[in-house]
Design a binder for this molecule. Structure first.
Ligand code: GLC
Length: 748
C-alpha cells in the first residue's frame, strides 16, 4: 500500500514543480559565462570587485537601510539570512535597480535538513543508506527554499566525525568516508540538479573544509591535528567527491588544522582545492572565521587576517568586516595584486551566472509549495528509513493495533525537539509527535500518555508516580528517551553521553513494572543507554526525525513499515572508549576479546599486554552498519570472480541474500575490504559499496559488486593515489562485524 501512496504523492510533487516552472531556464554555457565575467569585470571598480567578496547578514529591520546604502554602492555581494521573501526582494531590487552595475545579490541560508518541511538530521539520513531518497529530500528542500528567495544553502556538511561528544556529529554523515561521500554527492545533486539556473534549484556548499570534525576532545572549534595521509584518506575524500560532482561553493572551517587555521590555509584552499582539484566555484568563510585568524594568533589584526585569508583562498568573507575595511588599501599599497581580487571576484560572479541570477534574481513565489503533502510523505519515508532497530527480544515489535499502549517520556510529545538541531525556517508547530501519531493510528482511548519528566534534562521526579501507574494500565509501554535538540548541534558538545536528567531513573521505574517495554530514543548523537534500558524488550534509535517523525515511529512500531536503517556511527559502551570507530587500524598489539577485568595478583607478564582497557570491553555497544529488521536475512555463497586481479582488471563479488523470515523487508548489504599489508598501515575494514535489497519472505537474491584496483588505493603524503599489489580481504554482510569473508590478491 505504502509504495502506491508514495508514487501518487510524488506525482503530485512533480506537478508542483511544473507549477513552479515559470520558465525552463537553460544553463548558460561555460565559455559564455567566462566572457560575461570578463566584460562585467572590465567595468567594475576595485571597490565593486571587493564588494562581491562581502557577505552581510540581516540583523533586523533597522539594518535594512544601512544594508541598502552599502548595496547601492556595490559594497555587498551576498546576504545571509534575509529572513523572508519580502526582505530579499527589497534588497535585490536595490541591487538590480539602484547600484551602478546592477549585479544581483546571492542570498544564502542554512537549509541543512529541510527548509519548512524538516527531514531527519543528516546523521539519521545517512543511516538510511538510501542516497536516492536523500537526494529527493534535498530537491524538495531546494524547491521550498527557492520559492522564498534563497539561492544558496550552506549544506551538505561532510565533516567525518568519530566523536559523539561533538555536537555537530548530528549534522554529519558519521564516521565513514565512503558513506559520507555518497550522501554528500546525493545532497548536492538534490540541491543543484543538473542546471542550477532551473526554477527550484539552489547552489550547495561543501563544508566545513577541512578536518573540523576531528576537534580534540569533541569540543567544537577545537584544535585538529591530522597528518596529510589521514587528511587525504579520510577527511578530504567527501570534499574531493563534492568538487568532482560540481558543487558550487565550499565553506572554510573555523578550526586550526595542524597550526594553520582552515580559513587561512593555502595548502588546502589553494594547493589541493584549486591546483589539484581545479575547483572553479567560490569559497566562503565560516561565520567570522576570517577575523578569528587573529584570535587563533595566526594574524595580528583584521588587516593581516584579510591578507592571509584572501591570499590563502577564501573568496568571500562571511559577516565580519576584514575584506571591506582592508583589501582596497592592501591593493593600493601593492601588498596584494589586483589580479588576486579579480580572481576572487570572478569565482563569485561565476556562480551567480550559473545560478541564472542575471536573468532572474527574484523567483515568482509559488503557492502551496511549503509543507506540500508530497513533501511531507517524503519526509515520513526518509524518517522511516533512518530509524535503526537495535534490539527486539522475542519479536515484541511490530505491535498489533489492538493493544493499549502507555506512552511515557517528555520526548514522546515534544514536536519542537524532534525536528532537530538545525531548523531555521521550519518549526515544531508543523511537526506531528509520536504521541499524536499514535493517537491518530490507534484511537485516543488506547494511548495513555504520561511524560514522567517535564524535559529531557529535568531531575524532578514527581511525575514518576503517574508514569508508573500509567504503565501498569497498558498492555505495552512505549518509553521515549533521548535529548532535547539544543543538546546537539553547533557549540553544543557534551563530556558525557548518558541520558540527560533523571531519564535513566524514569526508565528503571517504568521497566520495573514488568510490562513489555519498547524504548524509542530521540537524539542528535550516539548515546550510552544500554544500562538504562536493561529489561526493555526493544530499542528503536529514532534520532531527531523531523516534521513527520511521529508518524514514522508509529508506522515502524505497528508494522506499517519495516526497519531497514543501519548505523552510520558506532554506538559506544561508554564515553571512555571515544574515539571509537570501525575503520580503525590494527596496531601492533590488537585487543583480545574479553581481555579485561584483570584478576587481583595477576603477575606482571607481557603476554597479556594488548590494546585493551582493564575496566570495559573495547567492543562497541553496536557497530557501524548495524541495524535489525522484523525479518531475518541469511547470507551464503560468497563468490569472487577470481582469486587475483592485475591492475587493469575488475573483481566481481557476489553473494546470496535470503529473506529467511516471514515479512517483506529491505536489507542494506555492505561490502568492506582490508588491505592486509601496505606501505601505510590501513584500516581493518573499509566500506567500499552497499546495496539496498528488498526481498519478499522466503526469496533469495544474488547481490553483485565490483571492485576496481583504484578502489583499493590510498594516499601517502601527496595527491597520487597509491595502488600497491598485495593480499586483500573482502567482507560482505549485514554490518561491519557480521560478514562472510574471502581473500584475493592484486598483482602487478
Ligand atoms: C555557522 C556554522 C556554519 C553555518 C554558518 C552560517 O557558524 O558553522 O555551518 O553555515 O555559520 O549560519
Amino acid at each position: 500500500m505504502r509504495k502506491t501512496a508514495l508514487k501518487t504523492l510524488l506525482l503530485g510533487f512533480t506537478l508542483h514543480l511544473s507549477i513552479v516552472h515559470q520558465s525552463t531556464a537553460q544553463p548558460i554555457n561555460a565559455q559564455e559565462i567566462e566572457q560575461r565575467i570578463e566584460t562585467l569585470m572590465s567595468q567594475m571598480t576595485l571597490e565593486e570587485k571587493i564588494g562581491q567578496l562581502v557577505q552581510k547578514t540581516v540583523y533586523g529591520p533597522d539594518r535594512i537601510e544601512e544594508l541598502k546604502d552599502a548595496i547601492r554602492k556595490g559594497h555587498i555581494g551576498s546576504i545571509l539570512n534575509a529572513g523572508d521573501l519580502t526582505t530579499a526582494n527589497t534588497l535585490q531590487k536595490t541591487a538590480l535597480e539602484e547600484s551602478r552595475l546592477g549585479i544581483p545579490l546571492i542570498f544564502g541560508r542554512d537549509v541543512i535538513h529541510g527548509y519548512r518541511t524538516i527531514f531527519p538530521i543528516p546523521l539519521a539520513q545517512a543511516c538510511s543508506f538510501d542516497p536516492e531518497l536523500v537526494s529527493r529530500a534535498c530537491s524538495i528542500a531546494a524547491l521550498e527554499a527557492w520559492s522564498q528567495g534563497i539561492h544558496w544553502t550552506f549544506a551538505p556538511m561532510m565533516d567525518i566525525s568519530r566523536d559523539p561528544r561533538w555536537g555537530r556529529i548530528a549534522e554529519s554523515f558519521g564516521e565513514d568516508p565512503y558513506l559520507t561521500e555518497i550522501m554528500s554527492v546525493a545532497m548536492i545533486k538534490g540541491f543543484q540538479g543538473d542546471n542550477m539556473a532551473a526554477p527550484g534549484k539552489i547552489a550547495a556548499c561543501a563544508k566545513h573544509y577541512v578536518g573540523y570534525g576531528a576537534a580534540e576532545g569533541g569540543k567544537d572549534y577545537n584544535t585538529t591535528l591530522i597528518p596529510e595521509s589521514e587528511l587525504r584518506n579520510v577527511y578530504l575524500r567527501p570534499f574531493h567527491a563534492a568538487s568532482n560532482a560540481g558543487v558550487a561553493t565550499f565553506m572554510s572551517a573555523f578550526s586550526d588544522l595542524n597550526g594553520i587555521p582552515a580559513s587561512g590555509n593555502a595548502f588546502t584552499l589553494d594547493q589541493i582545492l584549486r591546483k589539484e582539484w581545479n575547483f572553479k566555484g567560490f569559497v566562503v568563510s565560516d561565520w567570522g572565521s576570517v577575523a578569528e585568524l587573529a584570535v587563533h594568533g595566526f594574524a595580528k589584526d583584521n588587516r593581516e587576517a584579510a591578507l592571509k585569508a584572501i591570499t590563502a583562498g577564501v573568496d568571500m568573507e562571511m559577516v565580519t568586516p576584514c575584506y571591506e575595511e582592508h583589501l582596497a588599501d592592501l591593493v593600493r599599497q601593492g601588498i596584494i595584486p589586483e589580479e588576486l581580487i579579480n580572481e576572487r571576484c570572478a569565482n563569485v560572479l561565476r556562480i551567480k551566472f550559473r545560478l541564472g541570477l542575471f536573468e532572474n534574481a527574484s523567483p515568482t513565489p509559488a503557492d502551496n509549495v511549503l509543507l506540500a503533502p508530497a513533501h511531507l510523505e517524503t519526509a515520513r519515508q526518509l524518517a522511516i528509513e533512518s530509524m535503526v532497530l537495535l534490539q527486539n527480544d522475542d519479536w515484541l515489535l511490530p505491535l498489533s493495533k489492538d493493544k493499549t499502549v502507555a506512552v511515557i517520556g517528555p520526548l514522546a510529545d515534544a514536536p519542537h525537539e524532534q525536528v532537530g538541531c538545525w531548523v531555521v525556517d521550519g518549526s515544531g508547530n508543523d511537526a506531528i509527535s509520536p504521541r499524536k501519531a499514535l493517537e491518530q493510528m490507534l484511537g485516543i482511548e488506547k494511548v495513555l500518555f504520561a511524560p514522567g519528566l517535564e524535559k529531557s534534562r529535568s531531575t524532578d521526579t514527581k511525575g514518576f508516580k503517574q508514569a508508573v501507574a500509567t504503565a501498569r494500565k497498558a498492555d505495552v509501554v512505549l518509553l521515549f528517551l533521548g535529548e532535547e535538540n539544543i543538546l546537539s548541534g553547533e557549540a553544543h558538545c557534551r563530556a558525557f553521553l548518558t541520558l540527560p536528567g533523571a531519564q535513566e531513573e524514569l526508565a528503571k521505574a517504568v521497566i520495573a513494572t514488568g510490562k513489555p517495554v519498547a524504548v524509542v530514543i530521540m537524539v542528535g548523537r550516539p548515546l550510552v543507554f544500554k544500562e538504562a534500558c536493561k529489561g526493555a524488550r526493544s530499542i528503536l534509535y529514532a534520532w531527531h526525525p523531523g516534521t513527520m517523525g511521529g508518524p514514522a515511529v508509529a508506522d515502524l512500531l505497528f508494522g506499517n513499515a519495516v526497519p531497514s536503517a543501519k548505523l552510520a556511527s558506532t554506538l559506544p559502551r561508554t564515553v571512555g572508549q571515544v574515539p571509537l570507530y570501525y575503520n580503525h587500524r590494527n596496531t601492533g598489539r590488537p585487543p583480545v576479546a574479553g581481555n579485561y577485568n584483570i584478576p587481583t595478583g595477576t603477575p606482571l607478564d607481557p603476554v597479556g599486554f594488548t590494546a585493551n582497557y582493564l575496566d570495559v570491553s573495547v567492543a562497541p555497544e553496536y557497530p557501524f552498519g548495524f541495524g535489525l529488521s522484523y525479518t531475518t536475512f541469511a547470507y551464503s555463497n560468497l563468490q569472487l570472480s577470481a582469486n587475483q586481479i592485475s591492475e587493469n582488471e575488475t573483481l566481481r563479488i557476489s553473494v546470496d541474500v535470503n529473506n529467511s523470515g516471514n515479512l517483506e523487508a529491505t536489507e542494506v548489504v555492505q561490502l568492506y575490504i582490508r588491505d592486509k599489508v601496505a606501505s601505510l598501515t590501513r584500516p581493518v575494514k573499509e566500506l567500499k559499496d552497499f546495496r539496498r535489497v528488498t526481498l519478499k519472505a522466503g526469496n533469495t537474491q544474488r547481490v553483485e559488486f565490483e571492485l576496481k584496483p583504484s578502489d583499493l588505493g590510498f594516499y601517502l603524503n601527496g595527491p597520487e593515489l597509491i595502488i600497491e599489489p598485495g593480499d586483500f580481504e573482502v567482507f560482505v554482510g549485514t554490518n561491519s562485524e557480521q560478514t562472510l569473508n574471502a581473500t584475493f590478491a592484486l598483482t602487478e
